[in-house]
Design a protein around this ligand. Structure first.
Ligand code: CTP
Ligand code: CA
Length: 224
């Protein structure tokens, strides 16, 4: 039910979304990364545009085409993604961190291809910036939504991230369950606020995205 039948639910709002994995270079031919198809983030971007929002999608490398009407910015490393998000975040109403950001980057990226020699080798890693936590720490913080892909103790870890990163909502999914999560076309989410829990049961990522967008809009209205 829309109050104003002339405009859509999110008309006039700017939503910023991260999606996909990041890549951390080891040398000119190798990188470390995370599993992430980008499908969930892209489905959210599409659902937000359909609901009338202006949407910017900061995307790591994925094989998906850009949803129609979405402004897509391509990035590779977590540092690239962080930089683009911090540049774009001004005047953003809702920020959704859907990307599977690499937690660590290579301490010293080799300028030349590393040659195979010893039986074992070590690579030193250093922590990447936490993009969603940095957005949530802004004085002019948008309504901030994180994701938590977990394999155990989902509620405990999701709520811990909600509080630790000062998020407004966190959408948790059990990536150990069959038929949801990585590269799947379906997903199920449990969304936590500080004092509420919402279940979005297993459905296509497109359906789940529509429900999540509606939930975010409603929770943001309640907060304001
Ligand atoms: N995130 C981010 N920047 C990072 C790491 C994570 O913006 N450098 C975001 C993710 O996009 C997600 C949320 O933080 O929305 C939670 O990511 P997750 O990897 O589950 O949390 P971490 O704090 O990295 O904890 P861990 O990997 O140890 O579970
Ligand atoms: Ca992580």
């Amino acid at each position: 039910f829309q109050k104003n039948t002339q405009s859509k639910l999110l008309t006039g709002q700017h939503w910023l979304i991260t999606a996909g994995p990041t890549r951390e270079a080891i040398d000119p031919v190798r990188y470390i990364s995370n599993h992430s198809s980008g499908k969930m983030g892209y489905a959210i971007a599409q659902a937000a545009v359909n609901a009338g929002a202006t949407v910017t999608l900061v995307s790591g490398p994925v094989t998906l085409s850009t949803p129609s009407g979405v402004n897509r910015i391509n990035v590779s490393s977590a540092e690239n993604m962080h930089q683009q998000v911090m540049t774009q975040v001004e005047n953003t109403d809702v920020f959704i961190a859907c990307a599977a950001v690499a937690d660590y980057k290579i301490a010293e990226v080799s300028a030349q291809k590393i040659k195979k020699s010893a039986e074992t080798m070590q690579i030193n890693l250093v922590k990447n910036p936490d993009i969603v936590a940095d957005v949530a720490a802004l004085a002019n913080k948008p309504f901030t939504v994180g994701f938590a892909a977990e394999t155990q103790d989902i509620e405990h870890y999701a709520k811990d991230k909600l509080k630790r990163k000062n998020l407004d909502l966190i959408a948790a999914n059990d990536v150990a369950k069959n038929g949801q999560g990585f590269n799947s076309d379906n997903n199920a989410l449990t969304v936590f606020s500080y004092n509420k829990k919402f279940e979005l049961p297993l459905a296509s990522k497109s359906d789940v995205a529509q429900q999540l967008v509606a939930l975010i809009a409603q929770q943001r209205d309640e907060k304001q």
